[in-house]
Design a protein around this ligand. Structure first.
Ligand code: NZQ
Ligand code: ZN
Length: 386
């Protein structure tokens, strides 16, 4: 196992009737900005619960953060923060609202005149405005990690940021929010969390026996409860396991001491930037091609995945590994997720080169766990996913 440092200060309140914690976690002297998306929180009652828990606080609001949080919209929120002299941010929503809030937490205290530099130059955030979250969509893990991804339509960029200053102080995770999610978002959440685990697991054997088993157990749980949640979003037991699996998939624990890949996400973000495809779906599009292209280096772990997660029997690693990729694709398809790029757009033909060029321009000349996948390789992988 590799050496590691682990730090995660986010306090989690999990379960039903946790909203009153807002009142204790945020001091009444804070000026709070409640950030949200397109209005689902108002439609489905989360907003009312939050506001009633914060009845003793001065609360301002900023709504309209779109999926794949958009830089221009976030700049409008930044103006509000500065004008009203906000001191505390509260994200109420899915990954997009939480990521947008993380960007604002960083930008609010940053000395950069053009906050896009934080993303463009990969500036780590060590100091940020304090913030908490109320999660309404299990998927990204953003509620318990220190990363964020922001999109800039104007330039066609989708870039990540992070740093120890970007952990939420607390997150409220009430599995009841799952009951109002459209099936498309549930399928996205299962797929995103599943691929998060894969990015931290599907590399090469590295002696992380516990990390491997934790990763496998999260995937097994998603395979077990995913279809249950899709069929009946009111199934509280399934929803709570779905929600906690998504958080555990990307709160840092399973990646410590082992190599990580993240090439699928690097390619996927480019497909969202080009075509606006939902984040999780871009991952399902790329995953199998990535594993087939890198079959030799990933064979052992693919075979382990096949045997332990899918129960595939057989002594031949190559055969089991190939079947495991098929099973993974069948799982995504069973959730209603198309795994070919051409199912999402007619414009797919130039996208492999475009993706490779975007990485080239950024100087990302070696991605994946061995840092040896070049833009030329990326072009081939994206082409294989057409
Ligand atoms: O905007 P509203 O009206 O709230 O509707 C949202 C949105 O349209 C809706 N929704 C959320 N909760 C709901 C609900 N509808 C009904 N009932 C509820 N309880 O769902 C739609 C999608 O929301 P969004 O936040 O965009 O989805 P998700 O959580 O999947 O977030 C995706 C974003 O997170 C980034 C992605 O790139 C993408 O931009 N990621 C963030 C990561 C991180 N910070 O660690 C890691 C991920 O790999 C990912 O990159
Ligand atoms: Zn993801």
């Amino acid at each position: 196992m590799q050496n590691f440092e682990f730090y995660n200060p986010t306090k989690i309140f999990f379960g039903e009737d946790q909203f009153d914690h807002l009142n204790q976690e945020i001091d009444t002297k804070e000026k709070v900005l409640l950030l949200y998306g397109g209005g689902s929180i108002k439609k489905y009652g989360v907003y009312g619960k939050v506001m009633s828990a914060l009845k003793d606080h001065e609360v301002h609001e900023f709504g309209g953060i779109p999926p794949n949080p958009e830089y221009e919209v976030l700049l409008q929120a930044l103006e509000v923060i500065k004008k009203v002299k906000i001191t505390y941010l509260l994200a109420v929503g899915g990954g997009s609202v939480i990521d947008g809030t993380k960007f604002l937490a960083s930008a609010a205290l940053s000395s950069e005149e053009e906050p896009w530099k934080i993303l463009k130059d990969g500036i780590r955030t060590t100091n940020a405005m304090p913030f908490g979250t109320v999660l309404t969509l299990p998927a990204t893990g953003s509620e318990m990690n220190s990363g964020a991804v922001v999109t800039r339509k104007e330039t066609g960029e989708k870039l990540g940021m992070g740093g120890p200053g970007l952990f939420p102080q607390f997150s409220i995770l009430d599995p009841n929010v799952v009951s109002t999610l459209p099936k498309r978002q549930i399928a996205n959440g299962i797929t995103d969390a599943f691929v998060h685990v894969m990015e931290q697991y599907m590399t090469y054997p590295a002696g992380g026996i516990l990390q491997d088993r934790l990763a496998e157990s999260i995937m097994q749980t998603l395979i077990e409860v995913g279809p249950r949640v899709l069929k009946n979003p009111d199934d509280y037991e399934a929803a709570s396991n779905f929600m906690w699996s998504c958080t555990m998939a990307l709160n840092g624990i399973i990646q410590k001491g082992v190599p990580t890949d993240w090439a699928i996400h690097a390619m996927g973000h480019e497909l969202t930037a080009q075509f606006g495809i939902d984040h999780a779906r871009t991952l399902a599009i790329i995953a199998a091609s990535h594993y087939e292209y890198n079959f030799e280096t990933k064979r052992e772990k693919l075979a382990q995945f096949g045997r332990r997660v899918w129960g595939i029997n057989g002594d031949d690693d190559s055969v089991v590994a190939k079947q495991a990729i098929v099973q993974m694709n069948e799982f995504f398809t069973s959730l209603g997720i198309d795994i070919n790029l051409s199912k999402y757009t007619d414009d797919y033909k130039g996208s492999a080169l475009k993706t490779a060029n975007a990485l080239r321009e950024r100087g990302w000349n070696g991605i994946g766990e061995h840092r040896n996948l070049t833009p030329d390789d990326v072009e081939k992988i994206v082409e294989m996913s057409y």
